[in-house]
Design a protein around this ligand. Sequence first.
Ligand SMILES: Cc1cc2nc3c(=O)[nH]c(=O)nc-3n(C[C@H](O)[C@H](O)[C@H](O)COP(=O)(O)OP(=O)(O)OC[C@H]3O[C@@H](n4cnc5c(N)ncnc54)[C@H](O)[C@@H]3O)c2cc1C
Length: 423
Amino acid sequence: MTVPRSGRVVIVGTGIAGASAARTLRKDGFAGSIVLVGDDPSIPYRRPMVSKELLSGSAVAAKAHLEPITFWAEQSIELRVGATVAAVDTASARVEFDDGDSLSYETLILATGGRPRRLDPILADAHTLRHLHDVTALRAAFERVTSTGATPSVLIVGGGLVGMEAAAAARTMGADVTVLEMGERVLERVLPEPICASYERLHRDRGVAVHTGVRLSRVDAQGARTRAVAVDGREWLADVVIVAVGMTPDTELAENAGLLVDDGIVVDEFCATSAVGVYAAGDVARFPNRILGGTERVEHWNHAQAHGAAAARAVLGASAPYEEVPWCWTNQFGRNLQIAGWPGLGTELIVRGDLDAGPFLALSLADDRLVGVIGVGRPRDVRAAQALIANGPYLPRDALDGDDPNLVALAAEPARFAAVARE
Ligand SMILES: Cc1cc2nc3c(=O)[nH]c(=O)nc-3n(C[C@H](O)[C@H](O)[C@H](O)COP(=O)(O)OP(=O)(O)OC[C@H]3O[C@@H](n4cnc5c(N)ncnc54)[C@H](O)[C@@H]3O)c2cc1C
């Protein structure tokens, strides 16, 4: 690998993909200039804590920082926070800031992540949860109510991962919490039906009101409170409304610069975009899925971290393509669930253990091929599943049909899979 010794790499986005790219460039020997730019006013932080520890108040913002504040200067990484890149000119290899400043680059890495999707026009002004400052605003809104001696009522629109985590955090703080989900089940985009049902029970048991099949028609102010009205006439009144209906990849810069964009900035297996010298990584990038075929965009912390590092290595000339099996987690009411692979693609689900009391392991298969694993209290098995999904797609059924499949042991026996694959 030939490591360029000089030149400037500009990285747009101080989320984990951008931060990871910057750290990896230095760690792997890049001696040139690294400028890490982000419009977020904070130094890089752990975004998953926003809807968990930070919202519930069990951790303060400083605990979420990815690195101590001194780290970036010590690594000779120029960190520019609160700086918005307004345009990229690939012809002259420059980025232009919204304050009129500009900067040339030899290499550009776009790690611009995504923005919370809004429900325009009815909930355009509601709280969303992505940044540290969103937590500050939400906690201030809670405190405005608690300071009067009242219990805050919180309405969460969207029963996906962020919405359900926010529900758990707000309930833990003592708020009255209601979740409105448009689909038939909460978490249905990420989890199979029996596990969604178990999460719905978990929330209901802890006092969260969960309503599914809700389509909102109108939201209006009722004094200091907000009233939400569904098309079927149901109504809810709340002090605080949080909209958590997913995110849209922040592709604006790339699109305006003429890069190929298709629900994400399109990159190859080396994170290279359609423009020479420009890479993209993390939530914003659509990349080839080398394990199952096609392309995908993944919105998980570990992926964004690994993808940012892969972009940095590609800049430095690495020849290994990116082919990670996605892995993520969610934490709600102290229950830590982990997901590996693509459980949504499965047509068969094998569940071992107790979905409500845990621990459990759920294996998702499509035509006998393991495509996803979900677990509570089984972190080593879920980790091992990544290797099984990547390297040994053909699982012998007898290995799975027992009472307690041991994925760690299975992953250590690749020969068994090869034999099945040959049959
Ligand atoms: C509330 C919440 C909880 C989550 N919890 C989990 C979890 O438990 N487990 C898990 O696996 N994943 C979780 N995720 C997902 C995970 O956090 C993301 O996948 C990951 O942070 C994405 O990182 P990224 O660097 O690609 O993008 P981002 O974190 O979105 O960072 C992109 C940055 O670029 C900035 N930017 C965009 N455009 C510009 C511009 N023009 N100029 C300057 N800066 C710009 C953005 O403001 C942002 O700061 C969670 C996400 C959220 C929102």
